[in-house]
Design a protein around this ligand. Structure first.
Ligand code: GLU
Length: 300
């Protein structure tokens, strides 16, 4: 069964920002929803800095994000975690997936691939041994002939179905819509899909609450969690904040950094962006219990 609840694991939630810049209005909405959900369930709320994509990391952004959360009263439990300090965990998971024959080396260059799902060019033929095990004469996967550029996860066929606590029943045919996806690049860079699953599993996360832009990663992450024998967190994806041009507010789209000098205004606008009416609270101290109680009535 998925996630936390009666007779299940104690609730653990997390906020997992990528430190590619300070928090903006859109990332605050995800942080607020995940914080409220954890507090409404009397659970723990962890902060995980997703700095694994080092080329995108902006030095110091992690400290700025922590300062912004602190100024708003979004207090995380325990020490924050940094993905760059967790490489051995990812390596262990990767070794397990390889031993199980669930990853293979891929020689494809992105610009040579057609748009859409990965066509399976380097996928080992069905029934062939896991790489690094028995050599079968005449059965060399194409990747063996060209340099390996990435490692792909061999996805399962069929529909992956789950219930999103905000959006309701969801399904995705990962094989048809995405195909075998990259979990590691040949230069060693880990892919988001793998590290998020390994971290959520290792940290005992029962509930993932994040922006709806990550909804279509969920089916992939469930397949990875299953292959690694990890429990499935429940998921809740909150609506994205769009800018005037209808694009997702994001650092890439130059969303302005959140100005936390008026914390109550920031919290109230993020709260309203979640579809609630403004709370009759004159201070942040009054905002929190009222918001947690309303969230608990809707999602508890
Ligand atoms: N690091 C991701 C982001 O900032 C979030 C990952 C997640 O919540 O699963 O968009």
């Amino acid at each position: 069964m998925d996630g936390a609840g009666a007779g299940r694991r104690p609730y653990v939630g997390r906020f997992a920002p990528s430190p590619s810049g300070p928090l903006h209005a859109g990332s605050l909405v995800a942080a607020l929803a995940s914080y409220l959900d954890a507090r409404a369930h009397h659970g723990r709320w962890l902060l995980r800095i997703e700095d694994i994509d080092e080329p995108r990391t902006v030095p110091g952004a992690d400290r700025v994000i922590q300062g912004q959360l602190d100024a708003l009263g979004l207090r995380w439990d325990g020490e924050a975690a940094w993905q760059t300090q967790r490489h051995p965990l990812y390596e262990q998971a990767f070794v397990r997936l390889r031993a199980a024959g669930r990853v293979y080396g891929c020689a494809c260059v992105r610009r040579e691939l057609p748009p859409g799902p990965y066509p399976g060019t380097c996928r080992p033929p069905a029934g062939s041994p896991a790489p690094g095990t028995l050599a079968v004469p005449g059965m060399r996967p194409p990747a063996a002939r060209r340099p390996i550029r990435s490692w792909r996860f061999l996805v399962e066929p069929g529909l992956e179905t789950f219930t999103d606590r905000w959006l309701g029943p969801q399904s995705q045919d990962v094989a048809a819509e995405v195909g075998d996806f990259i979990v590691r690049r040949a230069d060693g860079l880990w892919a988001y899909q793998l590290v998020v699953v390994v971290d959520d599993g290792d940290q005992g996360v029962t509930d993932v609450v994040r922006g709806a832009d990550l909804l279509d990663s969920t089916a992939r992450q469930r397949q990875l969690a299953r292959a690694l024998g990890l429990p499935m967190p429940r998921v809740l994806h909150v609506p994205l904040i769009l800018d005037a041009a209808g694009r997702k507010l994001s650092k890439q789209n130059h969303a302005p950094a959140l100005d936390v000098s008026r914390p109550l205004d920031c919290l109230q606008s993020a709260w309203r962006a979640l579809g609630f009416a403004a709370l009759p609270a004159a201070t942040t101290q009054a905002f929190w219990p009222a918001a947690i109680a309303q969230w608990a009535r809707r999602f508890g």
